[in-house]
Design a protein around this ligand. Structure first.
Ligand code: ADP
Length: 416
């Protein structure tokens, strides 16, 4: 294995796996750290271990990440990539700094880079400041994220608050001079006591140059964009990977994301196709909405895909959260959608689109999915995947903000 990756959430891991696969690396995604070194196929160039550590207490995130590192190193990973969100989702307590520190210590590496840029999805870094489209991160909707509100766009400062090590910057002017200039900048930063370099990148070409500059680093950290330039270091060429075989069977969509984009996608689908709504307040009142949704879906599946969703607009979400608490509302919905996923598979569903990062985590856990092969991209950052195990399932796991408005039609219209 050339590259071992540790991703701090499930849909982010899939996004990274797609990036690597598209760049020509045979890539497998594992869900959690497997128990044995033989738990995954060996005919791969890269393994992405998906953790659920983005918002865990820092000590738990560190220990999960170190377990993933140990597994990847036992399987011979030549280089390690710690992948986090392209909006640098974290708090002053962590988890990006503490996890990166622990990985540096465990590997015995003195220095690494931090670059969340993903220009295709409009995340760019300039003079150390992260932009979401035309807005600074701190002016974007990320300032109101319920768990990781991002109110400072200066990543040198943000990461600096999460680590005792020194954080420096490699500005775009140096990045544009190419890989050798960046390596010299890394050496200069290291010589002046820095352990991290936030690296600017505003276009794909910057990320490709950064990849080449990082050839000899034992550890890299960044968003999925940083993977763009890595396969070339291992002599891998784009386009050499075959997609997994097609999966037949019924199709369904489950949406537990309440992001603005998921709301648009659910509204777009529901305007022309069957859809069933899950209500957290009814769940809290003891109504078995999973059974109701499955009874509704059963006779419809033979006619085409159905959508079951808890997706709601902010005012409805706030109402449910005010009555139940945000955590309890989320857990009720996740448990219900997970139960529905199991029921749909029992009804013959083999192609499942899931919207929402946490929702996807709950669904794959309920389905007992441990590993995914990466298939074709539906929209940037979201591929079809195929679960290893019986029965094989085609799964499209979409993080809330990803995908075009017609994402569900597009996904289900593809040959998977
Ligand atoms: P995203 O990728 O958009 O962040 P997630 O699935 O990660 O989506 O998170 C959405 C959370 O909101 C989940 O915990 C889900 O159960 C919860 N949720 C879904 N629908 C509702 C609702 N109507 N009211 C309150 N919480 C909800």
């Amino acid at each position: 294995m050339h590259l071992g990756c540790i991703a701090d959430d499930l849909t982010g891991a899939t996004d990274l796996a797609l990036m690597l696969q598209s760049a020509g690396m045979r890539t497998i995604q594992l869900i959690g750290v497997p128990e044995s070194a033989d738990a995954a196929p060996r005919d791969v160039d890269a393994v992405v271990i998906a953790l659920k550590s983005r918002t865990s207490p820092p000590a738990a995130a560190v220990s999960q990440s170190l377990a993933a590192l140990a597994w990847l190193r036992a399987r011979g990973a030549a280089q390690i990539l710690f992948k986090y969100c392209s909006t640098f989702d974290s708090t002053d307590a962590g988890n990006i700094g503490p996890v990166a520190d622990a990985l540096l210590d465990a590997i015995g590496a003195p220095f690494t880079v931090a670059c969340p840029a993903f220009p295709t999805n409009k995340r760019t870094v300039y003079l150390g400041h992260l932009f979401v489209g035309a807005q600074l991160l701190s002016d974007s909707p990320m300032q109101d994220h319920p768990l990781t509100p991002m109110r400072d766009a200066n990543l040198v400062r943000v990461l600096g608050r999460q680590t005792r090590r020194k954080v420096g910057l490699v500005p775009l002017a140096t990045v544009r001079q190419g890989a050798q200039a960046m390596r010299e900048a890394f050496a200069a930063l290291q010589a002046s006591g820095h352990a991290y370099a936030v690296v600017d990148a505003v276009e794909d070409q910057d990320l490709r140059a950064l990849g080449a500059a990082c050839r000899d680093l034992a550890l890299l950290t960044g968003g999925s964009g940083i993977a763009m330039g890595l396969p070339g270091n291992f002599g891998v060429c784009p386009g050499s990977v075959a997609a997994p075989a097609a999966v037949g069977g019924h199709a369904a969509i489950l949406s537990g994301s309440c992001s603005a984009q998921s709301n648009l996608q659910v509204a777009h689908w529901s305007a022309a196709h069957p859809a069933f709504r899950i209500e957290p307040l009814l769940l809290a009142a003891g109504e078995d909405q999973a059974a109701a949704a499955l009874a509704w879906a059963g006779p419809r599946l033979a006619e085409g895909p159905v959508l079951i969703y808890a997706t709601a607009r902010p005012d409805a979400v706030h109402l449910a959260q005010a009555k139940l608490g945000a955590h309890q509302a989320g857990m009720l919905v996740e448990a219900c959608l997970a139960k529905i996923a199991r029921g749909l598979v029992a009804l013959g569903v083999r192609r499942l689109v899931v919207a929402g990062g946490e929702t996807s985590g709950a669904v794959v856990e309920a389905l007992g999915t441990r590993a995914l092969r990466i298939g074709p991209a539906i929209d940037p950052g979201v591929p079809w995947t195929q679960s290893l195990g019986e029965p094989p399932l085609a799964l499209a796991l979409k993080s809330g903000n990803f995908g075009a408005v017609d994402f569900f039609d597009k996904a289900l219209g593809m040959q998977t």
